[in-house]
Design a protein around this ligand. Structure first.
Ligand code: SAH
Ligand code: SF4
Length: 360
């Protein structure tokens, strides 16, 4: 089977091409073709020799239904457009017929993508559509990168570019840490796709070893923690991983993150009517967040979003009035907080579904 060229980092590509007897600059040309010109077939590399394009075909092209050999391993099979026309979800088939989704959200000048890191998810959060389907497999870094390139090619036709990427689609990014970070690294490369690290946000359910590893990297990539409850009983009911990584330890890791990086940390909170939208939960949350300070300034931000309904969970979205009351408690405690809109709900946009709201 041919390998996926998008799985390679620059050094690996260079080593491969050197092995073929190519000059050192060849890797730069190919990298430029893949990530700046956004080529997806060997034929598009017209500045390179026919023999070289043939070598690309033989080594890296996957079999597709399309007429010409393609480098891509991700095949779009379904597209859903929200009624506002601004949010688009694409379902892709992978080579083994697993499926993943990625979402494009247009909002003013932003072109935000929500991308997936796994097919399914092992974390089993009760209200999450992905969690309800269970874990299928990790995506490779190339499969993560390709979701971005797919939309980048479409946007380029309108002379537009991807401006932001949220890693909030299917799967838990810190459960597939290496592939996720390699994908971001590839997309961040100034000689390639060149999207600034600060344009990325990784959302985690709170895998403490992953948070610690990420902290040690001193990355400029933004981090968001899916919290959803401020006491262990409730959080364990909603997010079973809380049994393993309970709140005291989670917040210790969060504190270490802000103290080490001096970067703002976001917290995601899907408001579920009568479950976690009470003033009591808001007070508990404020109490926990008040400590996330460096030199007196608060380094956290809470995103409140009404729950998006999913098949196997009976909870309902909170009414707006509850969101406002919840926010007021946080406001009074001096905790920054935003109530997000529900965009693209009817197409279940955002896989994890919260992502669509971060575009605004
Ligand atoms: N696994 C990661 C990232 C993917 S989920 C994580 O959990 O953070 C992205 C976000 O969508 C998370 O904050 C998740 O809790 C939230 N989410 C999942 N299902 C949702 C739903 N039905 N309504 C609102 N937000 C949801
Ligand atoms: Fe997995 Fe995130 Fe869904 Fe939880 S919310 S099941 S961690 S994708």
């Amino acid at each position: 089977m041919s390998s996926n060229i998008y799985d390679m980092n620059y050094e690996e590509l260079e080593a491969q091409l050197t092995q073929w007897g190519e000059p050192a600059y060849r890797a730069r040309q190919v990298w430029d073709g893949l990530y700046q010109q956004l080529y997806s077939t060997p034929d598009q590399f017209t500045s390179l020799s026919k023999a070289f394009r043939q070598a690309l075909t033989e080594n890296f092209s996957s079999s597709t239904e399309s007429t010409q050999p393609a480098l891509t391993a991700l095949h779009p099979v379904k597209k859903l457009v929200a009624s506002d026309g601004e949010t688009v979800k694409t379902l892709f088939n992978l080579h083994d017929h697993r499926q993943v989704e990625a979402v494009l959200m247009r909002y003013e000048k932003r072109r935000t993508l929500c991308i997936s890191t796994q097919a399914g998810c092992a974390m089993g959060c009760v209200f999450c559509a992905t969690g309800q389907m269970g874990f299928k497999r990790d995506l490779s870094s190339g499969e993560i990168v390709e979701q971005v390139l797919f939309y980048a090619r479409q946007l380029a036709q309108d002379h537009e570019q991807v401006t932001n990427i949220v890693v909030m689609g299917m799967g838990e990014p810190f459960h597939n840490y290496e592939a996720t970070m390699q994908a971001i690294h590839t997309l961040n490369d100034p000689h390639g796709f060149n999207l600034g690290a600060r344009r990325f946000t990784i959302s985690t359910v709170g895998l403490i070893p992953g948070i610690q590893r990420f902290t040690a990297e001193h990355s400029q990539v933004n981090l968001a923690i899916s919290l959803h409850a401020a006491d262990d009983d409730l959080r364990s009911q909603l997010l079973p991983i809380n049994h393993k990584y309970p709140l005291d330890r989670l917040f210790a890791a969060c504190l270490e993150y802000v103290q080490t990086t001096h970067r703002r940390l976001s917290f995601e909170w899907a408001l579920i009517q009568g479950v976690n939208d009470t003033p009591e939960q808001a007070r508990l949350l404020a109490h926990r967040l008040i400590n996330l300070r460096v030199k007196g300034s608060s380094l956290c931000h809470v995103n409140l979003i009404p729950l998006n309904p999913t098949g196997k969970y009976s909870g309902h979205a909170s009414p707006h009035s509850s969101a406002v009351a919840f926010k007021q408690v946080l406001d009074e405690a001096g905790i920054a907080c935003t109530i997000r809109l529900r965009r693209g709900v009817e197409i279940q946009a955002g896989c994890g579904q919260l992502a669509s709201n971060l575009a605004n």
